[in-house]
Design a protein around this ligand. Structure first.
Ligand SMILES: O=C(O)CCC(=O)C(=O)O
Ligand SMILES: [Fe+2]
Length: 323
């Protein structure tokens, strides 16, 4: 079967007809964050494909950025709220990512770091490679256990307590989730059509221990331009809590950028650009973003390949995946 056809079949899991034999082994190379339909009634079609094949296939398709641009709304200048400006909206549209610095109160950021550290000491975070897809979801059989070294826990906006919500001690971690679920959700949903409410958005606290913990290059979703698609994550927002971050601690987020999408570069001065390797047509340019406390990196989940470089510092982030 052609690679493209295999991917189509994998993404159309609700198709009628005899499902292929389930392959339980050798599925470890699927991207660990890719979403799968968890409906109990539906037969899953499982095909084998490596992460490299998938990224290569995605690159050979219609530009992911062009597909994702199909979900942008016409927003009038100045219609955004407290956090995002027209510049951020423009960057998200033209190259798939943007950085927002100083969007969060510094006291809130350092308080969230302390509460997050307490949660680690209280053993509330578990290796992401073992975590369920969501608290109700099944164990993800496709997870690549070697792809990432972080510890994580799912979080919930205030007032939507659920069985595994980490409780009272979360303090400022909770307040930060409420920023992602409140003002940031509102701004993003005025730029891009979202299918999920702020309460059904996924929020996760992640901790990379200072032992060179890293997360391999991956993509968080497949690109979609279908407003009714509820399977794919549309926008990833990562808020970093690391106020004491120093150059040399590593742990940078690398965003892979196609030259054709490299239109505006108004990134903060500490964001380094590494051009594609000369003579290698597959090689992409890289933006290397230090995980500074208070910084939020926002990107289109189905568009940007990204990776976390080995971290020598205690590295915390709270991520929201908007659908
Ligand atoms: O923490 C980061 O900078 C990125 C984490 C990430 O890519 C993920 O959790 O999917
Ligand atoms: Fe990711």
């Amino acid at each position: 079967m052609e690679l493209g056809e295999r991917i189509m079949r994998a993404s159309q899991q609700t198709e009628e007809g005899a499902p292929e034999e389930r392959v339980e082994e050798d599925v470890g190379d699927w991207p660990s964050d890719m979403e799968y339909d968890q409906g109990e009634e539906e037969e899953e079609v499982v095909v084998e494909i490596t992460e490299d094949d998938l990224l290569q296939y995605l690159d050979s398709q219609e530009e992911a950025l062009v597909i994702a641009q199909g979900l942008f709304k016409e927003h009038s200048t100045g219609s955004l709220g407290e956090l995002l400006s027209d510049k951020h909206a423009q960057e998200l549209y033209t190259r798939g990512w943007t950085v927002l610095d100083h969007g969060i109160d510094t006291g809130l950021v350092s308080g969230a770091f302390d509460s997050a550290m307490q949660l680690v000491k209280d053993n509330q975070l578990k290796p992401a490679s073992e975590l369920k897809m969501s608290e109700e979801g099944d164990e993800d059989p496709y997870r690549d256990r070697k792809a990432r070294d972080d510890l994580t826990v799912w979080l919930h906006p205030q007032g939507t307590a659920s069985s595994s919500a980490v409780s009272a001690s979360t303090g400022n971690v909770q307040s930060l989730v409420d920023v992602l679920a409140g003002p940031l959700y509102n701004d993003i949903s005025s730029i891009i059509h979202l299918s999920a409410s702020p309460t059904s958005t996924e929020y996760q606290l992640a901790y990379y221990p200072p032992t060179n913990a890293r997360y391999e290059r991956h993509r968080d979703a497949l690109p979609t331009n279908d407003p009714s698609d509820t399977d794919q994550r549309r926008v990833t927002c990562i808020a970093y809590l690391n106020q004491e971050w120093q150059a040399g601690m590593g742990g940078e987020l690398v965003l892979y950028q196609k030259q054709s999408e490299f239109k505006v570069n108004d990134a903060p001065p500490d964001v380094e650009y590494i051009p594609p390797e000369a003579g290698d047509s597959q090689s992409l340019g890289k933006f290397v973003v230090p995980p500074l406390g208070g910084r939020m990196v926002i990107f289109l989940s189905g568009v940007m390949d990204h990776e976390v470089l080995p971290s020598k510092g205690e590295r915390f982030a709270i991520t929201a995946w908007y659908r």
